[in-house]
Design a protein around this ligand. Sequence first.
Ligand code: CP
Ligand code: NVA
Length: 339
Amino acid sequence: MSKINLKNRDFLKLLDFTPEEIEYLIDLAAKLKAMKKSGTPHKFLEGKNAALIFEKTSTRTRCAFEVAAHDLGMGTTYLNPTDSQIGKKETIADTARVLSGMYEGIEYRGFGQEIVEELAEYASVPVWNGLTNEFHPTQILADFLTVKEHFGKLKGINFVYIGDCRFNMGNSLMVGGVKMGMNITLCSPIKYQPHMDYVNECRDIAEETGAKLRFARDPYEAVKNADVIYTDVWVSMGEPIEVWEERISELKDYQVNKKLMDAAPATCVFMHCLPAYHDLKTEVGKEIGERFQMDAIEVTNEVFESSQSIVFKEAENRMHTIKAVIAATLVDNIDELCK
Ligand code: CP
Ligand code: NVA
């Protein structure tokens, strides 16, 4: 029987979890995925409800929480970025206590990590982080489930993240990578490296887990032995539109294109948390692409659509891994129910 029990725990950032607990959530997601694929019912949370607070927009995270909760038998309430009282007429602390009286779990997507931490402090039910400026922990579970499905392991995988390493994805992949004993390379100009507090904490974790953490400037050198090349948008939600000019000029050499993929082994895969500016078919992609004379931003369409790209498997895994987080934190005896 598993010794790991995450019942009633918050899921705010991977720094709060041991490598064994993270692996446990990934493996639970794989079991729940198999149950879903085989049509095995798993409505373990019938009659329970979850509040889904989104102060920023979303496709994957919202849909993943809604479908996962529904598959588990739960009801959901979606609170959108404009219609609730949160922050405007009601504090986070009061919101936490109100929602705790009606719901068994609360998801929060928004700005500073301190907001979701405060929500969790005042809530008496589990709080799940659906993305903050600093961390996107449910994304990492999906990414690592996808890597494990593809390569059969996490430990020792050469994982290269390229682009803006200072925001939620760079921070979270660095933490997740060192926790899971991966060889994680963050490749960017020095200005785009994660905050030194996180780097120092991750260096300590790497010493314990045997992970290798390195920072690279030259993308071609960085990807030489890469199993995975991962990137994210160069301008994140909540950042002002004015920063695009600076980002394009400072990160244009870090675009993931065919030449870069070809500098890695042929077995290397491409990953991206999505949404991605891989062509000019979106409003923002078109505006920025035309303004800076680019036909794609952080990744070219050729790479995005290539056989090395596993981005849609990764997107599907958002749902299975979020289901694992909800189930592990709310269901009694989840291991007995998912064998
Ligand atoms: N990857 C991700 O979090 O996507 P959404 O912004 O669509 O939720
Ligand atoms: N860094 C991106 C991630 C989106 C899933 C953002 O915060 O907008």
